[in-house]
Design a protein around this ligand. Structure first.
Ligand code: DAH
Length: 352
Protein backbone atom coordinates (compact mmCIF):
# COMPACT_ATOMS: atom_id res chain seq x y z
CA UNK A 1 0.00 0.00 0.00
CA UNK A 2 1.20 3.53 -0.71
CA UNK A 3 2.06 5.61 2.32
CA UNK A 4 -0.87 7.99 2.43
CA UNK A 5 0.69 10.31 4.99
CA UNK A 6 3.68 10.60 2.72
CA UNK A 7 1.40 11.39 -0.21
CA UNK A 8 -0.42 14.08 1.76
CA UNK A 9 2.73 15.82 2.84
CA UNK A 10 4.16 15.60 -0.67
CA UNK A 11 0.99 17.24 -2.03
CA UNK A 12 1.14 19.93 0.63
CA UNK A 13 4.71 20.74 -0.28
CA UNK A 14 4.01 20.72 -3.96
CA UNK A 15 1.05 23.10 -3.50
CA UNK A 16 2.90 25.51 -1.29
CA UNK A 17 5.81 25.70 -3.71
CA UNK A 18 3.56 26.98 -6.51
CA UNK A 19 3.69 30.71 -7.11
CA UNK A 20 0.49 31.31 -9.05
CA UNK A 21 -2.97 29.90 -9.70
CA UNK A 22 -2.04 28.21 -12.99
CA UNK A 23 0.86 26.30 -11.42
CA UNK A 24 -1.38 25.34 -8.50
CA UNK A 25 -4.07 23.88 -10.79
CA UNK A 26 -1.36 21.86 -12.56
CA UNK A 27 -0.04 20.54 -9.25
CA UNK A 28 -3.57 19.64 -8.23
CA UNK A 29 -3.98 17.45 -11.33
CA UNK A 30 -1.11 15.26 -10.20
CA UNK A 31 -3.00 14.26 -7.04
CA UNK A 32 -6.69 14.86 -7.56
CA UNK A 33 -7.01 14.80 -11.35
CA UNK A 34 -8.74 12.03 -13.32
CA UNK A 35 -5.56 10.02 -13.50
CA UNK A 36 -4.00 11.60 -10.41
CA UNK A 37 -2.27 9.54 -7.75
CA UNK A 38 -5.15 9.52 -5.32
CA UNK A 39 -7.64 8.59 -8.02
CA UNK A 40 -5.46 5.65 -9.01
CA UNK A 41 -5.32 4.45 -5.42
CA UNK A 42 -9.10 4.71 -5.14
CA UNK A 43 -9.44 2.56 -8.26
CA UNK A 44 -7.28 -0.12 -6.55
CA UNK A 45 -9.84 -0.44 -3.74
CA UNK A 46 -11.99 -2.74 -5.84
CA UNK A 47 -9.43 -5.49 -5.57
CA UNK A 48 -9.57 -5.63 -1.78
CA UNK A 49 -11.96 -7.70 0.31
CA UNK A 50 -14.88 -5.85 1.87
CA UNK A 51 -13.39 -5.43 5.36
CA UNK A 52 -10.13 -4.05 4.08
CA UNK A 53 -11.94 -1.94 1.52
CA UNK A 54 -13.84 -0.22 4.27
CA UNK A 55 -10.85 0.66 6.41
CA UNK A 56 -8.61 1.58 3.48
CA UNK A 57 -11.42 3.58 1.93
CA UNK A 58 -11.77 5.62 5.07
CA UNK A 59 -8.06 6.37 5.14
CA UNK A 60 -7.98 7.33 1.50
CA UNK A 61 -10.92 9.65 1.99
CA UNK A 62 -9.19 11.26 4.94
CA UNK A 63 -6.10 11.76 2.77
CA UNK A 64 -8.23 13.21 0.01
CA UNK A 65 -9.85 15.66 2.41
CA UNK A 66 -6.44 16.69 3.68
CA UNK A 67 -5.11 17.25 0.16
CA UNK A 68 -8.20 19.23 -0.83
CA UNK A 69 -7.82 21.29 2.32
CA UNK A 70 -4.22 22.05 1.45
CA UNK A 71 -5.28 22.97 -2.09
CA UNK A 72 -7.94 25.42 -0.92
CA UNK A 73 -5.66 26.97 1.61
CA UNK A 74 -3.06 27.59 -1.07
CA UNK A 75 -5.71 28.94 -3.44
CA UNK A 76 -6.83 31.46 -0.85
CA UNK A 77 -3.27 32.34 -0.05
CA UNK A 78 -2.42 33.01 -3.69
CA UNK A 79 -5.58 35.10 -4.18
CA UNK A 80 -4.68 37.12 -1.10
CA UNK A 81 -1.13 37.65 -2.33
CA UNK A 82 -2.45 38.85 -5.66
CA UNK A 83 -4.81 41.30 -3.99
CA UNK A 84 -2.10 42.60 -1.71
CA UNK A 85 0.23 43.06 -4.66
CA UNK A 86 -2.42 45.03 -6.55
CA UNK A 87 -3.31 47.10 -3.53
CA UNK A 88 0.25 48.12 -2.93
CA UNK A 89 0.76 48.81 -6.62
CA UNK A 90 -2.35 50.97 -6.90
CA UNK A 91 -1.87 52.56 -3.55
CA UNK A 92 -2.97 56.18 -3.30
CA UNK A 93 -0.43 58.59 -2.01
CA UNK A 94 -2.61 60.43 0.47
CA UNK A 95 0.05 63.06 0.97
CA UNK A 96 -0.43 64.34 -2.61
CA UNK A 97 -2.44 67.55 -2.99
CA UNK A 98 -6.04 67.06 -4.19
CA UNK A 99 -6.91 67.39 -7.85
CA UNK A 100 -10.10 69.34 -7.22
CA UNK A 101 -13.18 69.13 -9.41
CA UNK A 102 -12.60 72.10 -11.67
CA UNK A 103 -15.09 74.92 -11.69
CA UNK A 104 -18.13 74.48 -13.90
CA UNK A 105 -19.62 77.38 -15.79
CA UNK A 106 -22.85 78.35 -17.49
CA UNK A 107 -23.46 76.94 -20.95
CA UNK A 108 -23.16 79.73 -23.56
CA UNK A 109 -26.79 79.28 -24.65
CA UNK A 110 -27.91 79.56 -21.02
CA UNK A 111 -25.92 82.78 -20.72
CA UNK A 112 -27.85 84.17 -23.65
CA UNK A 113 -31.09 82.95 -22.07
CA UNK A 114 -30.31 84.78 -18.80
CA UNK A 115 -29.09 87.86 -20.61
CA UNK A 116 -32.27 88.04 -22.70
CA UNK A 117 -34.38 87.71 -19.53
CA UNK A 118 -32.46 90.48 -17.81
CA UNK A 119 -32.78 92.89 -20.70
CA UNK A 120 -36.51 92.37 -21.22
CA UNK A 121 -37.17 92.31 -17.52
CA UNK A 122 -35.51 95.71 -17.23
CA UNK A 123 -38.04 97.19 -19.67
CA UNK A 124 -41.09 95.75 -17.96
CA UNK A 125 -41.58 92.34 -19.57
CA UNK A 126 -42.62 89.39 -17.48
CA UNK A 127 -40.83 86.08 -17.99
CA UNK A 128 -42.92 82.93 -18.47
CA UNK A 129 -42.24 79.34 -19.29
CA UNK A 130 -44.53 76.81 -20.90
CA UNK A 131 -44.69 73.06 -21.54
CA UNK A 132 -42.41 71.43 -24.09
CA UNK A 133 -45.06 68.83 -24.88
CA UNK A 134 -47.77 70.90 -26.52
CA UNK A 135 -51.07 70.10 -28.11
CA UNK A 136 -52.16 70.84 -31.64
CA UNK A 137 -54.38 73.77 -30.63
CA UNK A 138 -51.70 75.86 -28.95
CA UNK A 139 -48.87 74.94 -31.31
CA UNK A 140 -50.76 75.38 -34.60
CA UNK A 141 -54.49 75.99 -34.74
CA UNK A 142 -54.76 78.85 -32.26
CA UNK A 143 -51.85 80.51 -34.04
CA UNK A 144 -53.81 80.58 -37.25
CA UNK A 145 -51.50 77.96 -38.80
CA UNK A 146 -53.38 76.39 -41.67
CA UNK A 147 -54.00 72.67 -41.86
CA UNK A 148 -51.37 72.30 -44.58
CA UNK A 149 -48.63 74.27 -42.82
CA UNK A 150 -45.28 72.50 -43.48
CA UNK A 151 -44.32 72.48 -39.78
CA UNK A 152 -47.25 70.15 -39.16
CA UNK A 153 -45.90 67.41 -41.38
CA UNK A 154 -44.38 64.27 -39.96
CA UNK A 155 -40.94 65.32 -41.24
CA UNK A 156 -40.93 68.57 -39.34
CA UNK A 157 -42.53 67.70 -36.06
CA UNK A 158 -41.95 65.17 -33.31
CA UNK A 159 -45.37 63.80 -32.48
CA UNK A 160 -46.04 62.22 -29.13
CA UNK A 161 -48.29 59.17 -28.97
CA UNK A 162 -51.71 59.63 -27.47
CA UNK A 163 -53.93 62.62 -26.88
CA UNK A 164 -54.56 65.04 -24.07
CA UNK A 165 -57.78 65.39 -22.06
CA UNK A 166 -59.35 67.48 -24.83
CA UNK A 167 -58.59 64.80 -27.45
CA UNK A 168 -55.91 67.05 -28.94
CA UNK A 169 -52.90 65.34 -30.51
CA UNK A 170 -49.63 65.94 -28.69
CA UNK A 171 -46.26 67.01 -30.02
CA UNK A 172 -42.97 68.54 -28.95
CA UNK A 173 -43.55 72.23 -29.51
CA UNK A 174 -41.98 73.42 -32.77
CA UNK A 175 -41.67 77.00 -31.51
CA UNK A 176 -42.29 79.07 -28.38
CA UNK A 177 -45.22 80.87 -30.03
CA UNK A 178 -47.86 78.70 -28.26
CA UNK A 179 -46.93 80.66 -25.15
CA UNK A 180 -48.54 83.72 -26.72
CA UNK A 181 -51.92 82.02 -26.48
CA UNK A 182 -51.32 80.31 -23.15
CA UNK A 183 -50.08 83.42 -21.37
CA UNK A 184 -52.50 85.91 -22.90
CA UNK A 185 -55.65 83.80 -22.52
CA UNK A 186 -54.71 83.09 -18.94
CA UNK A 187 -54.22 86.80 -18.22
CA UNK A 188 -57.58 87.55 -19.87
CA UNK A 189 -59.36 84.84 -17.89
CA UNK A 190 -57.87 85.98 -14.60
CA UNK A 191 -58.78 89.60 -15.28
CA UNK A 192 -62.35 88.69 -16.24
CA UNK A 193 -62.78 86.63 -13.09
CA UNK A 194 -61.65 89.53 -10.98
CA UNK A 195 -63.29 92.51 -12.73
CA UNK A 196 -66.00 91.04 -14.95
CA UNK A 197 -64.88 93.03 -17.99
CA UNK A 198 -61.75 93.88 -19.95
CA UNK A 199 -62.07 97.69 -19.92
CA UNK A 200 -59.02 98.30 -17.77
CA UNK A 201 -57.12 95.22 -18.71
CA UNK A 202 -53.40 96.08 -18.30
CA UNK A 203 -51.06 95.44 -21.20
CA UNK A 204 -49.78 91.92 -21.65
CA UNK A 205 -46.03 92.14 -21.88
CA UNK A 206 -44.11 88.90 -21.68
CA UNK A 207 -41.19 86.93 -22.99
CA UNK A 208 -41.14 83.12 -22.95
CA UNK A 209 -37.76 81.51 -23.49
CA UNK A 210 -37.42 77.75 -23.78
CA UNK A 211 -36.61 74.59 -25.65
CA UNK A 212 -38.21 73.80 -28.99
CA UNK A 213 -38.00 70.80 -31.31
CA UNK A 214 -37.95 70.02 -35.00
CA UNK A 215 -36.83 67.12 -37.16
CA UNK A 216 -33.83 68.99 -38.51
CA UNK A 217 -30.10 68.51 -38.10
CA UNK A 218 -27.09 70.19 -39.74
CA UNK A 219 -24.49 72.90 -39.04
CA UNK A 220 -27.19 75.49 -38.39
CA UNK A 221 -30.09 73.29 -37.19
CA UNK A 222 -30.44 70.98 -34.25
CA UNK A 223 -33.47 68.78 -33.40
CA UNK A 224 -33.61 70.58 -30.05
CA UNK A 225 -32.96 74.29 -29.98
CA UNK A 226 -33.96 77.34 -28.00
CA UNK A 227 -36.20 80.26 -28.80
CA UNK A 228 -37.49 83.26 -26.98
CA UNK A 229 -40.98 84.46 -27.71
CA UNK A 230 -41.95 88.06 -27.09
CA UNK A 231 -45.46 89.46 -26.86
CA UNK A 232 -46.87 92.89 -26.12
CA UNK A 233 -50.62 93.37 -26.37
CA UNK A 234 -52.45 96.53 -25.38
CA UNK A 235 -54.84 99.15 -26.67
CA UNK A 236 -52.28 101.10 -28.67
CA UNK A 237 -49.24 98.93 -29.22
CA UNK A 238 -47.94 99.80 -32.66
CA UNK A 239 -45.40 98.38 -35.04
CA UNK A 240 -43.20 101.33 -34.04
CA UNK A 241 -43.17 99.92 -30.50
CA UNK A 242 -41.87 96.61 -31.91
CA UNK A 243 -39.08 98.50 -33.66
CA UNK A 244 -38.21 100.43 -30.53
CA UNK A 245 -38.24 97.45 -28.21
CA UNK A 246 -36.33 95.12 -30.48
CA UNK A 247 -33.75 97.74 -31.40
CA UNK A 248 -33.13 98.45 -27.72
CA UNK A 249 -32.87 94.73 -27.05
CA UNK A 250 -30.34 94.01 -29.80
CA UNK A 251 -28.15 97.01 -29.06
CA UNK A 252 -28.06 96.05 -25.39
CA UNK A 253 -27.54 92.37 -26.08
CA UNK A 254 -24.59 92.94 -28.40
CA UNK A 255 -23.34 95.92 -26.38
CA UNK A 256 -23.17 97.90 -29.59
CA UNK A 257 -25.00 101.19 -30.09
CA UNK A 258 -24.12 101.34 -33.77
CA UNK A 259 -25.88 98.17 -34.91
CA UNK A 260 -28.13 98.47 -37.93
CA UNK A 261 -31.53 96.82 -37.96
CA UNK A 262 -33.74 96.07 -40.91
CA UNK A 263 -37.38 94.97 -40.86
CA UNK A 264 -37.88 92.94 -44.01
CA UNK A 265 -41.43 92.00 -45.10
CA UNK A 266 -42.12 88.32 -44.55
CA UNK A 267 -44.94 85.92 -43.85
CA UNK A 268 -46.08 84.09 -40.71
CA UNK A 269 -49.60 82.78 -40.26
CA UNK A 270 -49.92 84.36 -36.80
CA UNK A 271 -48.86 87.91 -37.72
CA UNK A 272 -50.10 90.46 -40.20
CA UNK A 273 -48.03 92.26 -41.32
CA UNK A 274 -44.99 90.08 -40.66
CA UNK A 275 -41.34 91.01 -40.73
CA UNK A 276 -38.03 89.28 -40.57
CA UNK A 277 -35.58 91.25 -38.44
CA UNK A 278 -32.04 91.44 -39.82
CA UNK A 279 -29.02 92.91 -38.10
CA UNK A 280 -25.76 94.27 -39.50
CA UNK A 281 -22.62 94.88 -37.49
CA UNK A 282 -20.75 98.09 -38.35
CA UNK A 283 -17.34 96.48 -37.88
CA UNK A 284 -15.66 93.16 -37.19
CA UNK A 285 -15.66 89.85 -39.03
CA UNK A 286 -19.39 89.97 -39.77
CA UNK A 287 -19.46 93.59 -40.93
CA UNK A 288 -21.34 94.52 -44.06
CA UNK A 289 -23.76 91.57 -44.11
CA UNK A 290 -27.42 91.46 -43.13
CA UNK A 291 -27.92 88.56 -40.72
CA UNK A 292 -31.38 87.21 -40.05
CA UNK A 293 -32.11 87.19 -36.35
CA UNK A 294 -35.81 87.00 -35.65
CA UNK A 295 -39.32 86.61 -36.96
CA UNK A 296 -41.82 89.22 -35.86
CA UNK A 297 -45.00 91.01 -36.72
CA UNK A 298 -48.27 92.51 -35.63
CA UNK A 299 -50.39 89.83 -33.99
CA UNK A 300 -53.05 88.53 -36.40
CA UNK A 301 -56.68 89.36 -35.48
CA UNK A 302 -57.55 85.66 -35.37
CA UNK A 303 -54.79 85.10 -32.82
CA UNK A 304 -55.99 88.07 -30.77
CA UNK A 305 -59.45 86.48 -30.78
CA UNK A 306 -58.01 83.14 -29.68
CA UNK A 307 -56.50 84.93 -26.71
CA UNK A 308 -60.02 85.89 -25.69
CA UNK A 309 -59.66 89.53 -26.81
CA UNK A 310 -61.45 91.66 -29.36
CA UNK A 311 -59.11 92.68 -32.21
CA UNK A 312 -61.15 95.89 -32.53
CA UNK A 313 -59.84 96.92 -29.11
CA UNK A 314 -56.59 95.10 -28.65
CA UNK A 315 -53.53 95.11 -30.83
CA UNK A 316 -49.90 94.25 -30.39
CA UNK A 317 -46.74 92.67 -31.67
CA UNK A 318 -44.87 89.42 -31.24
CA UNK A 319 -41.46 88.12 -32.09
CA UNK A 320 -39.64 84.81 -31.92
CA UNK A 321 -35.84 84.69 -31.90
CA UNK A 322 -33.40 81.79 -31.80
CA UNK A 323 -31.15 81.76 -28.75
CA UNK A 324 -28.47 79.70 -30.51
CA UNK A 325 -28.40 82.23 -33.32
CA UNK A 326 -27.94 85.11 -30.87
CA UNK A 327 -25.21 83.17 -29.07
CA UNK A 328 -23.37 82.30 -32.27
CA UNK A 329 -23.32 85.93 -33.36
CA UNK A 330 -22.30 87.23 -29.98
CA UNK A 331 -19.38 84.85 -29.53
CA UNK A 332 -18.45 84.15 -33.16
CA UNK A 333 -19.35 80.45 -33.06
CA UNK A 334 -19.88 79.14 -36.59
CA UNK A 335 -21.23 75.61 -35.99
CA UNK A 336 -24.36 75.16 -33.93
CA UNK A 337 -23.53 71.53 -33.15
CA UNK A 338 -20.71 72.70 -30.86
CA UNK A 339 -23.38 73.74 -28.36
CA UNK A 340 -24.61 70.19 -27.94
CA UNK A 341 -21.46 68.06 -28.08
CA UNK A 342 -20.47 68.72 -24.47
CA UNK A 343 -16.83 69.04 -25.45
CA UNK A 344 -15.09 70.79 -22.57
CA UNK A 345 -12.48 72.20 -24.96
CA UNK A 346 -15.31 74.30 -26.37
CA UNK A 347 -17.27 74.91 -23.17
CA UNK A 348 -14.24 75.96 -21.12
CA UNK A 349 -13.85 78.93 -23.44
CA UNK A 350 -16.85 80.43 -21.64
CA UNK A 351 -15.53 80.68 -18.08
CA UNK A 352 -17.81 81.73 -15.27
N1 DAH B 1 -42.59 80.97 -34.42
C1 DAH B 1 -41.77 81.40 -35.54
C2 DAH B 1 -40.80 80.28 -35.90
O1 DAH B 1 -40.50 79.48 -35.10
C3 DAH B 1 -41.00 82.63 -35.19
C4 DAH B 1 -41.90 83.82 -35.05
C5 DAH B 1 -42.17 84.64 -36.12
C6 DAH B 1 -42.46 84.15 -33.84
C7 DAH B 1 -42.97 85.74 -36.01
C8 DAH B 1 -43.27 85.28 -33.70
C9 DAH B 1 -43.52 86.07 -34.82
O2 DAH B 1 -43.82 85.62 -32.57
O3 DAH B 1 -44.27 87.16 -34.69
O4 DAH B 1 -40.32 80.26 -37.00
Amino acid sequence: MVDLDQLVSEAQQSFSSTSDAVALEEAKAKYLGKSGLLTEILKGLGKLDPEQRKSEGAKINAAKTAIEGALNQRRNQLADDLLQARLSQEAIDVSLPGRGRGAGSLHPVMRTWERVEEIFHSIGFEVAQGPEIENDWYNFTALNSPENHPARSMQDTFYVEGHDAKAQSLLLRTHTSPMQIRFASNAVKTHLQQYGNLDDMPDIRVIAPGRTYRVDSDATHSPMFHQVEGLWIGKEVSFAALKGVYTHFLKTFFENKDLHLRFRPSYFPFTEPSAEIDVAFPSGKLAGRWLEISGSGQVHPTVIRNMGLDPEHHIGFAFGSGLERLTMLRYGVDDLRLFFENDTRFLSQFPA
